[in-house]
Write a protein that binds this ligand. Sequence first.
Ligand code: FAD
Length: 415
Amino acid sequence: MDFSMEYEPQDELFAQEVREWIKENIPKEYHLFRDAYSITPEQWEIRREIARRLGKKRWLLPGYPYEYGGCDMDVSHMVVLKREFEKARIAHPPHYDSAVSLGAPAILATGTEEQKKRFLPPVLAGEVHTWQLFTEPEAGTDEANQQTNALRHERDKEYFVINGQKMFVGCWRGKPDYFLLLTRSDLQAPRHQNLAMFMCPANLPGITITKLDLYCADYVHSIQNVISDNAPGQKNQVFFDDVRVHQDYLIGGDHDGWKVAEATLLVEHGTAGPRDVRTPPENYVLPKFIEECSNNPDIAARIRENPLLMDNVASYYISNQVGRLWQIRNFWQQTNMVRAPGRGPQLTLYQKYFGPAAAMNLARVLGPYALIQDDERALLGGSYEALIRGSSLLAPSGTPEAQKIIMARSLGIGR
Ligand SMILES: Cc1cc2nc3c(=O)[nH]c(=O)nc-3n(C[C@H](O)[C@H](O)[C@H](O)COP(=O)(O)OP(=O)(O)OC[C@H]3O[C@@H](n4cnc5c(N)ncnc54)[C@H](O)[C@@H]3O)c2cc1C
């Protein structure tokens, strides 16, 4: 069976337009990094600028309605756009911007018309940078257990006063303009009906951001394609101390927070997102790995000496292909509007298991040179090391157990 994703002849014209746009608009200094830690603040600014240029062209979230800053692009054009960026080895934004990736679909699905008109255009223009602030010390897998209070001010009723703490959030590059902020807005109402979501300005008095230095490098699914742009090496804690935020920054109403959070989580878990297609990414690592096994004399000798290593090669190859088939299946279902609520967590769970197993296979076959970043000796420019280090990162977007719980619920079993 042929699963290659070739263009139709009519797509070639648009592909040409995208290639020309990339040539004219994306500076040479922009290239993919083997490790998120190596991106400098200046390179981060280039990424911000690319998002702005794409926004100006209405190509940041091109499937969105024209009135909010998209251009109502159809699926086949969106696929061409993403593929051309990939072919040029450029990660299409958002670069760790939670309003573009998660906030926009939630605002579109749950916001009032007035809120959509206010929040979406700057986000789709790439003008603002937003962090997702959901997780707290006591609210990770149990996301609804929010302890950060946003309570209406006793006198100035149009203001909320926010107190609490968020952790494992944001990224270390650049300053955020907004927080997509989940809070508890009612101390009496039942669970899930007691939450409010804000697009909260990040510069309000009473907000303190402190860095959390984590050892992890990259999301586990990047082990297939060395795209480190989204990598959250370092995260942050954010403290709210009597922060006053106006009700204009609410998404939905005072008690709609869970509805908005669910809309973002559906997208984050890979189940929804009809206006933003998730194309199966090009796998850059597999062909390099196979080439290394065949043509690198040291590695070929390792395999000859220990034929059991062939099992690791085969296992890595097969699990890559299985992952790609899941991705193609999900892509097909998404673009054909097939309702299958468990498909996103199913793929995410697979990737979370695949990552550590893949890292083990790579490390065994390639040997110690896979574990160094040394410019001269490291294999694939040190990318293997970053991939192996990142493969243990299981928590973002929910732990494996959380994925199983979501799947069970979508199948109607469990709680
Ligand atoms: C690198 C990184 C990036 C992140 N980025 C963000 C971000 O941008 N924004 C944000 O809001 N959050 C972010 N997070 C937080 C992430 O979403 C949480 O870490 C994740 O949801 C798990 O929550 P927790 O860490 O509190 O672990 P817990 O929920 O305390 O879980 C601890 C362990 O218990 C298990 N467990 C918990 N509940 C159950 C259950 N009911 N059944 C079975 N097992 C269970 C878990 O699977 C896990 O193994 C990030 C985390 C990391 C590490």
